[in-house]
Design a protein around this ligand. Sequence first.
Ligand SMILES: Cc1cc2nc3c(=O)[nH]c(=O)nc-3n(C[C@H](O)[C@H](O)[C@H](O)COP(=O)(O)O)c2cc1C
Length: 198
Amino acid sequence: MQRILFVTGCIREEQSRSLRLARHFLESYRQSHPEAEIATVDLPRMNLSPLDPDSLRQRDQALGQWNDPVFDLARQFRDADLLVIAAPFWNGSFPACVHTYLEHICVPGLTFDCEDDRYIGLCSAKNCVLVTTRGGRYDGGVNMLGDELATPILKAIMTMVGVPRVSTLAAEGLDLPSPTDPLQTAMAEAAQLAQTLA
Ligand SMILES: Cc1cc2nc3c(=O)[nH]c(=O)nc-3n(C[C@H](O)[C@H](O)[C@H](O)COP(=O)(O)O)c2cc1C
């Protein structure tokens, strides 16, 4: 049975267009993988704290005791077969709760190792899908607002933990006037991407 880990950092919850797009992707995926099981990590409701002096010391002391609850999120991440991360495009990347989550799942000896000058990723998943919507445009056209950092950040982390492929499913320009609805176009792309990940 395939384990999908669905991590949502969609702060606007039911109003979130990123969440709507991600659900469409997951439904499309489930059509060709009815046996797949989805576990959800609902970051906006978790109040996950960034590492601070005390929590980092506590985590360092627990390294190697992988059943310690401090590693629950990292173990779940390591064991997933497919990672789906939904987050709105915020300030060039994604909301702080997603950054914090990534901090928690990067654990030396559990999700990655280091050997000489390279990482050895220890995670099972071969694919990570970032589902996002952006108010402006970042596609390189004349109206491009700036740098899109969500994908490069996620790629860097996935390389570290051994997940070889990151696909970004994005709807752009949602807060700009447009004769067409970018979300509808992305919905069709979601269904296509779900098929290619089979
Ligand atoms: C705090 C905040 C920061 C944002 N930063 C950007 C940004 O840097 N670039 C951009 O194009 N849109 C930005 N937006 C607009 C969102 O990307 C856009 O509205 C997106 O569709 C929201 O996704 P959601 O419907 O899933 O919440 C920002 C919105 C908020 C609330």
